[in-house]
Design a binder for this molecule. Structure first.
Ligand code: DCB
Length: 519
């Protein structure tokens, strides 16, 4: 009943948004109030209207449908065929397809359309839609946000960019309140701020010229049959014979969403371009392993077997992300890795990545290190020498913490993750410092985009990074092998995993990355 009521209210608001003529003043918008200017400007521009009773209800929480609809109008995004009869379904579908948000954030089935939108999600949608090239420096911007730790990782980029470009300012206490709601009045100030910034923007630069990449040669090199078991010597990954080796390849996207790109044909396609590594990203949260263990585990096994069939090295990645502290599910991780390590104990192909990206309030000493000890012990019971990859706090960027207090054991490496549009010289310096302290580094995930998977692509910055890794013999895996409409994806939307991929099937990112598998 309650739900139905909310639906009707949402529908009425929707009608009022579309049907009523633009109105410049509302009887509940007090002259001289802090939001009067913003509300009036947007009303005069026809982007918002009030309710049939002449009110605007400035203090009411804005819903997902209202927020997206207004953003779409400001961005000039036309509605497409919606999945339900909800008044906002067309705009919601278009916004989803444009990549402004993901389907787990606002499911297209509509049950959350009429609910208040969280501030962090609102800011992400706003920035994706209206200021996609904006970025913010981590140190400068995060220092402005007192409750920065409360932010979910996937919103971090957008919020930093919004602060840096002046779209968002904290409240009087310096908090952003990422999970809180946004009032309609506050939303108007955001829309007004971003509108002003947009009109001052220079025109967008010309796109980068596309890379020329030879079609696949179909002579595979550097695979498992040639190199055998891996071993870590000093800081260097080596093959069974003790010669240095750099593995290069692709990471899947979340296999609960894009499992079709872990098929034998998809992996063979990637190997045909010269890759000798594949990473199976098994999300634990976000509808992944923890919510459907048997189904997701079956996908992992199928993907690993497909990589083995293609003579590739393959990483089994326990892809923590929204579950930022690996200790939260340490027992599940131990059981999972024990089972995988038993299954693949005689297979030189498999590497184990025990915690993708710890983030939020986690420490190396108190959380990640003790977690790693338990996960490593479980793997070592079954598989005495497979290479194990260990993450670190701040989305696997805090290798300096690991370097100061590394784990005991053989064939361990530490992951460094970077996104070329976000991370640069400072993080490279961390790599050199860590190597100097004897810490073996493995880049099990990097992207040509910003850290949120979109923006850019940043090919110049990516080239600097890959040259740096090549000079140091560091292995890497690129995010990601899928056709999602985001710049980090290697394949164009709609490309079939079962066809042979030609250059025109690859995105700008894909063409660049595939050209770097072989030196
Ligand atoms: C990592 C994650 C990976 C994430 C990429 C890009 O997250 F390991 O799961 O992938 O980097 O952000 C993205 C996908 C999106 C998807 C989203 C949520 O590309 O399609 O919607 O995951 O599942 C990082 C890495 C670094 C930082 C932040 C994140 N960082 N993050 O430095 O702030 O927020 O997810």
């Amino acid at each position: 009943m309650q739900k139905f009521f909310k639906f009707v209210v949402a529908a009425v608001i929707g009608l009022s948004l579309t049907v009523l003529p633009a109105q410049a003043s509302f009887r509940d918008v007090a002259p001289g109030s802090w939001y009067e200017g913003a509300v009036t400007e947007l009303a005069q521009a026809g982007a918002i209207t009030g309710y049939p009773d002449g009110t605007f209800r400035p203090n009411q929480a804005i819903t997902a449908a209202e927020f997206v609809t207004i953003t779409a109008r400001l961005a000039g995004l036309s509605p497409t065929q919606g999945q339900t009869a909800h008044w906002a379904a067309g705009h919601m579908q278009a916004a989803l397809e444009a990549g402004w948000y993901d389907w787990d954030e606002i499911p297209p089935t509509g049950e959350r359309f009429g609910q208040p939108i969280a501030r962090q999600l609102a800011v992400k949608i706003l920035m994706n839609a209206l200021l996609p090239s904006a970025r913010g420096d981590y140190n400068t911007e995060s220092a402005k946000i007192k409750d920065f730790a409360a932010l979910d990782g996937r919103y971090y980029e957008a919020v930093l960019a919004a602060y840096a470009s002046g779209v968002v300012h904290g409240d009087n206490n310096g908090n952003f309140l990422p999970l809180g709601t946004l009032t309609r009045a506050e939303a108007c100030t955001l829309f007004r701020n971003i509108g002003r910034i947009q009109t001052n923007q220079p025109s967008t630069p010309a796109p980068e010229p596309s890379q020329t990449v030879p079609e696949p040669v179909r002579t595979r090199q550097g695979g498992v049959s040639e190199n055998g078991w891996l071993q870590v010597v000093g800081t260097q990954l080596c093959n069974e014979a003790g010669s240095p080796i750099a593995l290069r390849g692709m990471s899947s996207h979340g296999i609960q969403w894009y499992g079709q790109f872990t098929s034998s044909k998809a992996i063979a396609n990637t190997a045909d371009y010269g890759a000798n590594l594949f990473r199976v990203a098994m999300y634990t949260g976000e509808g992944g392993y923890l919510s459907q263990p048997e189904a997701v585990k079956a996908k992992v096994i199928a993907a690993v077997d497909a990589a083995i069939e293609n003579d590739l090295y393959v990483i089994i990645d326990w892809h923590i992300l929204s579950d930022g502290n690996p200790m939260a599910h340490v027992n599940e991780a131990v059981a999972f890795f024990r089972e995988m390590a038993r299954r693949y104990q005689d297979t030189p192909n498999v590497l184990y990545e025990i915690c993708n990206e710890p983030n939020g309030n986690v420490s190396w000493i108190g959380d990640v290190r003790p977690y790693a000890q338990r996960a490593i012990a479980a793997i070592r019971e079954q598989s005495p020498k497979a290479v194990i990859l260990v993450g670190s706090p701040t989305w696997s960027q805090d290798i300096h913490l690991a370097a100061a207090d590394p784990l005991e054991g053989e064939n361990l490496m530490y992951t460094l993750h970077f996104y070329a549009g976000t991370h640069g010289a400072n993080l490279r310096q961390r790599v050199d410092d860590a190597l100097a302290r004897g810490l073996p580094i493995f880049v099990s995930e990097w992207g040509t985009s910003r850290a949120d998977g979109s923006g850019g692509v940043f090919l110049e910055e990516s080239k600097v990074w890959l040259d740096f890794l090549d000079e140091r013999g560091i292995s890497w895996c690129n995010w990601s092998l899928c056709d999602k409409n985001e710049t980090s994806a290697a394949l164009r939307p709609g490309v079939s995993p079962e066809s042979s991929w030609r250059q025109e099937d690859l995105t700008e990112s894909g063409r660049f990355v595939f050209s770097r598998f072989t030196p």
